[in-house]
Design a protein around this ligand. Structure first.
Ligand code: FDP
Length: 314
């Protein structure tokens, strides 16, 4: 960083440099952040209706799903740094530059069914070194980040390896500037966020856990989109989020590659814990892009109690 003084407003680029991110990785993260600014603009001014198409999971796509996927793809193409990517909106892994040093996984617009209701939604990204996605474990990510489109647009990233989790806010000149550094998660949860709650009708251990949280007078914080829901845990510094299996989704509803993997990386880096009911999410090998997993994440003691309570109900 030579003789440059630390600016009063620390940009994402400056922060990545200070964290000694390799130049290619820094450029890639900054380009993803740039894509997010175009997604924000479309959320403000674009069409929010249904696209009339469906994604690899046979879920109806909204126009913003398709558009945010295109925006991200375009930015990943532009920098020549990406060997391939897997997106929740694409059926298969998409090959880009064979010499690109990174492979990227992303959900371009998580919670997009809420977009026309004006709820908070987000983009989730995980970055791996090399040309492979299948066979990798989320622990091997070299960076993970999410962008939260809420009352304010924020970007939270981590490079792992004890380098911390950091939050930036998009300012009025279109720069992500540092808001908070080294977000941490305490061991006890005051809030709970129970996903796929309809599973509790046939999954008694899950129902019992929810009743326990109610009896303990924990505070419910569930919006229906994982990005703000897990962000709440990182932001408040405690809480538990889960998405548990039931009849409709035996392994839970969420996808390992684009949703659980990046968030597990961020939460564990912040001092929290993640689990599928048996092991850390970070140790589950990616066998397919459409792989789902149960997801229990947040404050250590509550995640451990939850895993015990579910009795490995996977
Ligand atoms: P959505 O389907 O709206 O994209 O991945 C999917 C997700 O949102 C998560 O963001 C969210 O936590 C979950 O689904 C909500 O599922 P439930 O409605 O089953 O709680």
């Amino acid at each position: 960083m030579s003789n440059c003084p630390t600016p009063s407003k620390v940009s994402l680029n400056f922060h990545l440099r200070k964290a000694n991110a390799p130049d290619h990785l820094r450029h890639l993260v900054v380009d993803i952040a740039r894509a997010a600014k175009y997604i924000v603009r479309e959320l403000w001014h674009g069409k929010l209706g249904k696209a009339g198409t469906s994604n690899q999971f046979d879920e109806d796509q909204v126009e913003m799903d398709v558009l945010s996927n295109q925006i991200l793809e375009q930015h990943l193409c532009e920098n020549e740094l990406v060997s391939c990517f897997a997106s929740e909106e694409e059926g298969e892994i998409v090959e880009l530059n064979p010499d690109g040093p990174y492979a990227v996984v992303f959900d371009p617009l998580d919670g997009s069914s809420l977009v026309d209701k004006n709820f908070a939604i987000g983009t989730i990204v995980g970055i791996y070194e090399g040309k492979e996605i299948i066979g990798k474990k989320p622990r091997e990510q070299v960076a993970a980040l999410y962008i939260l489109y809420g009352p304010r647009t924020t970007l939270t990233y981590s490079l792992g390896n004890g380098k911390g989790v950091h939050e930036f806010v998009l300012n009025d000149v279109g720069e992500f500037v540092l808001d908070r550094e080294f977000l941490g998660i305490g061991d006890e949860a005051k809030t709970y966020s129970p996903g796929n709650i309809s599973a509790a009708s046939e999954n008694k251990p899950y129902r019992d856990l929810i009743m326990k949280w109610i009896d303990e007078k924990k505070t419910l914080r569930y919006s229906g989109c994982m990005v703000p829901d897990v962000h709440h845990i990182l932001s408040k510094g405690n809480g538990i989020f889960c998405n548990i299996g039931g009849a409709k989704y035996p392994n839970g509803k969420l996808r390992l590659a684009f949703e659980c993997g990046p968030f597990a990386f961020l939460v564990e880096e912040a001092g929290g814990v993640s689990s599928d009911g048996k092991q850390s999410i970070l140790d589950i090998p990616l066998e397919a892009v459409d792989q789902r997993t149960q997801f229990i994440v947040g404050s250590k003691n509550e995640v451990e109690r939850t895993v015990r309570g579910l009795g490995v109900s996977k």
